[in-house]
Design a protein around this ligand. Structure first.
Ligand code: FAD
Length: 401
């Protein structure tokens, strides 16, 4: 299985990599390493999301998201066939549809050459990657494993494993390389800080987000809005968006300052707010469902994370949200994580030693990740600034979306 190698023909001995986190970025990273001939074990805190009993465990993540060329390229480079089959289930969004307060809709195309982004089901995307991994003989998937400690000089990790009877046991694991794709609150990153002078900053923004489901039309069963747009209801300091799903529903997200959420205390206040700000949405979701979703669904925070470096010697590297969680106003978090994996692998495949590859990776990737993180945050700041021209704001919002 010694497949991976450098461009000058040097072939690595098969090495053991432990991937921490089986979210979209960790699963994609596992695929790259596995296809490169490494012995791959993926450790995931939660249960297998393909088991219906575990679906609700990943409650802090949006149901669908926008995948763009950046992310698709990350997928396609490792498996073009899988990518095409995944994209068959994604819905093209050729532009934004802006909804004003009277319910008037205006379409803004993304691109004169008709390029577009796509709405994709996050869970299904993750499942497809896990299915693919399961078919590979050099991959093992370990669920219910919570990374607790990394001893990077020894190449050792301790995971707390949740047993089926609810008890816990510690599991000691050895690997040549640890890849942390364990999200914004990454334990890998925290552990790496003990070994390297890692600069780190995080910032929560004032806005929270809450999800709603817009069902298909009750009579025709069709989409209630144009499915080939990303719908936006921009309202200066807050906004509502909707992305289409395969089942002809839309997943909608309200982004709003915490104080405004706090002011909406009961069903009446909620309906009053929606009737004033997003009158067309009330009929499309239905009053009962709107109220139920608002009361039931969490109001979740948004965090921005920056750090440097992303690696330690030849032992550890962090990818995706673990390295650069960003606010979602550019729709690039996962896309950027997929790009991380592609760029990391390029370095591993073209550099003689892993330590050099990881060093080059941090050097190349850090500036790009900071820029995209800042662009996402600036878009949020623009949105909150006292710019009064709505058309100006509309142009600024979701420039990538
Ligand atoms: P995660 O998805 O967070 O996965 C991390 C995994 O690691 C999880 O499965 C977790 O259980 C596991 N884990 C955590 N701790 C441990 C541990 N100690 N041990 C073992 N495993 C652990 N991005 C886009 O590209 N386009 C969009 O349109 C978009 N929209 C968004 C909308 C919203 C509202 C939000 C909040 C985000 C959006 N994003 C979008 C960002 C995107 O969701 C993230 O960038 C993406 O999920 C990051 O993937 P990841 O695999 O790095 O991390």
């Amino acid at each position: 299985t010694t497949i991976s190698g450098s461009s000058d023909g040097t072939v690595y001995e098969p090495s053991k990599v432990a991937i921490i986190g089986a979210g979209p970025v960790g699963a994609l990273a596992a695929l790259y390493f596995a296809k490169g001939g490494w012995q791959v074990t993926v450790y995931e805190l939660r249960g297998d999301l393909r088991n219906p009993d575990n679906r609700s465990l990943n409650f802090t993540k949006s149901i669908n998201l926008a995948i763009s060329e950046r992310g698709i390229n990350g997928l396609r480079t490792v498996d073009p066939e899988l990518t095409e089959s995944i994209l068959e289930e994604a819905i093209p969004m050729h532009g934004r549809m802006i909804h004003d307060k009277r319910g008037k809709q205006s379409s803004q195309k993304y691109d004169v050459h008709n390029r577009f982004i796509r709405s994709i089901d996050r869970g299904k995307l993750n499942e497809r990657l896990l299915d693919e991994l399961e078919n590979l003989t050099n991959v093992e998937l370990k669920f219910n494993h919570n990374l607790k400690q990394l001893s990077l000089e020894k190449g050792e990790a301790i995971f707390e494993r949740k047993l089926s009877n609810g008890a816990y046991e510690n599991v000691r694991v050895e690997a040549d390389l640890f890849v942390g794709a364990d999200g914004a609150h990454s334990q890998t990153r925290r552990q790496m800080m003990k070994y390297v002078r890692l600069n780190y900053s995080q910032e929560y923004i004032d806005s929270l987000w809450c999800e709603f489901q817009m069902p298909p039309h009750p009579v025709t069963g069709e989409f209630q809005l144009d499915p080939n747009h990303l719908h936006i209801w921009p309202r200066q300091t807050f906004m509502f968006i909707a992305l289409p799903n395969q089942d002809k529903s839309f997943t909608c997200t309200l982004f709003m300052p915490e104080s405004m959420f706090k002011d909406i205390v009961g069903p009446e206040a909620l309906l009053e707010f929606f009737n004033k700000e997003f009158p067309d949405v009330v009929g499309l979701i239905g009053e009962d469902r709107l109220i139920a979703d608002y009361l039931k669904n969490q109001k979740l925070p948004l965090i921005s994370v920056k750090c440097n470096p992303y690696h330690y010697k030849n032992r550890c590297v962090i990818l995706g949200d673990a390295a650069h969680a960003m606010v979602p106003f550019y729709g690039q978090g996962m896309n950027c994580g997929f790009e991380d994996v592609r760029v990391l692998w390029e370095h591993i495949a073209n550099t003689l030693t892993i330590s050099e590859a990881l060093e080059n990776y941090t050097a190349e990737r850090h500036n790009d990740c900071i820029v995209i993180n800042d662009l996402a945050m600036n878009n949020y700041v623009e949105m909150r600034a006292s710019v009064t021209s709505t058309s100006y704001l509309m142009k600024k919002w979701f420039q990538e979306f």
